[in-house]
Ligand binder design. Structure first.
Ligand code: P6P
Length: 326
């Protein structure tokens, strides 16, 4: 199906979300309130990413985060920008970040804190010094009756009410789903707004491209190694950037399959379930694709920890199935 690109009328992120909310009687517009904070925060982060090397934002801060990864200056800056922009949204009960060991319990559900927003503030930040595309990934959950306690947030990905990412690449692209398909916006710096460029994105099939870090081939399971041998013998091409948002965005637009499987040194996988795999899986499924961890649907994994990791295989249904057949 030919990709539908809409540039004939100027639709901003806010007007697109408001139009969507009007389809739901009783919608209170509080969703727009959260997404406008995400829009503001990611515009500010994009500005910092674009000024890397001009402003002193490159390099690490000499400390490790909860993940045991060296924190980059921009990781901390991006994290603080998001916490500031989202923190004063009075319908957010919990904020949870890759960069912080424990979530921020802002307000109880009974005090209006109805949503949890989980995010990776700057995924792929180790690539910033070489100007490779990096991104912010976010997931929105409605809090259960457990109020603002952490358990209220540990819900399977099928319960997400919204998911999205912002790719700070050659253009600044926001991809968003609120459960009714996937829409894509590009930041028009001339007017300072994310403008709608595609509604109802559908992931193409029949693109024989895989995206995986082949340096770990000998550490993958036998079935992944068997798949790679088969792909090499069947005219597949390989594309791997090492920045999940950039790799997944390419898969969303062009098709193919992205894999970050468990290895013998990372038996639970590397990517985090709650704020990387789940939001990406919701976007890919909403675009007509498939997202699994081994044989299990990622969105049905029952989380038992905020920072738990998972294997990831996601992309076009035909390409994910080609992996699973090995
Ligand atoms: P590797 C970036 O550090 C990240 O978390 C994802 O953005 C990316 O997909 C993955 O790790 C790359 O990991 O082991 O291939 O460098």
């Amino acid at each position: 199906m030919k990709q539908q690109w809409t540039q004939d009328n100027l639709t901003s992120l806010q007007s697109s979300i408001l139009a969507e909310e009007q389809k739901h009687p009783g919608a209170t517009g509080e969703f727009t309130w959260i997404l406008s904070a995400i829009s503001l925060a990611t515009k500010a982060i994009g500005n910092k990413v674009r000024c890397a090397r001009i402003q002193d934002v490159i390099g690490d801060i000499g400390e490790q985060n909860i993940q045991g990864e060296t924190q980059q200056k921009l990781d901390v800056i991006a994290n603080e920008i998001i916490l500031r922009c989202l923190g004063d949204r009075d319908n957010i009960g919990i904020l949870a970040s890759e960069e912080n060991e424990t979530p921020f319990l802002l307000r109880k559900r009974t005090d209006g804190g109805k949503y949890a927003v989980l995010f990776d503030p700057l995924d792929g930040s180790l690539n910033i010094d070489s100007s490779v595309g990096v991104g912010t990934i976010f997931s929105v959950l409605r809090l259960s009756d457990l109020g603002s306690r952490e358990e209220a947030m540990l819900r399977p990905g099928v319960e997400q009410v919204a998911a999205g990412y912002v790719l700070y690449g050659s253009s600044t692209v926001l991809v968003l789903t609120t459960g009714n398909g996937v829409d894509m916006f590009v930041l028009d710096h001339a007017i300072g707004s994310f403008v709608l460029v595609s509604k109802g994105l559908k992931i193409p099939s029949e693109n024989k491209t895989y995206s995986i870090n082949e340096a770990y081939t000998n550490k993958f399971s036998d079935n992944i190694q068997s798949y790679l041998r088969w792909a090499h013998e069947n005219e597949y091409s390989s594309r791997y950037i090492g920045s999940m948002v950039a790799d997944v965005h390419r898969i969303l637009l062009k098709g193919g399959v992205f894999l970050y499987p468990p290895t013998d040194t990372k038996p639970e996988g590397k990517l985090r379930l709650m704020y990387e795999a789940n939001p990406m899986a919701m976007i890919i499924e909403q675009a007509g694709g498939k997202a699994v961890a081994g044989g299990e649907r990622i969105l049905e994994i029952k989380p038992d920890g905020l920072h738990q990791r998972t294997g990831v295989i996601l992309g076009s249904i035909d390409q994910v199935d080609a992996v699973l057949q090995h």
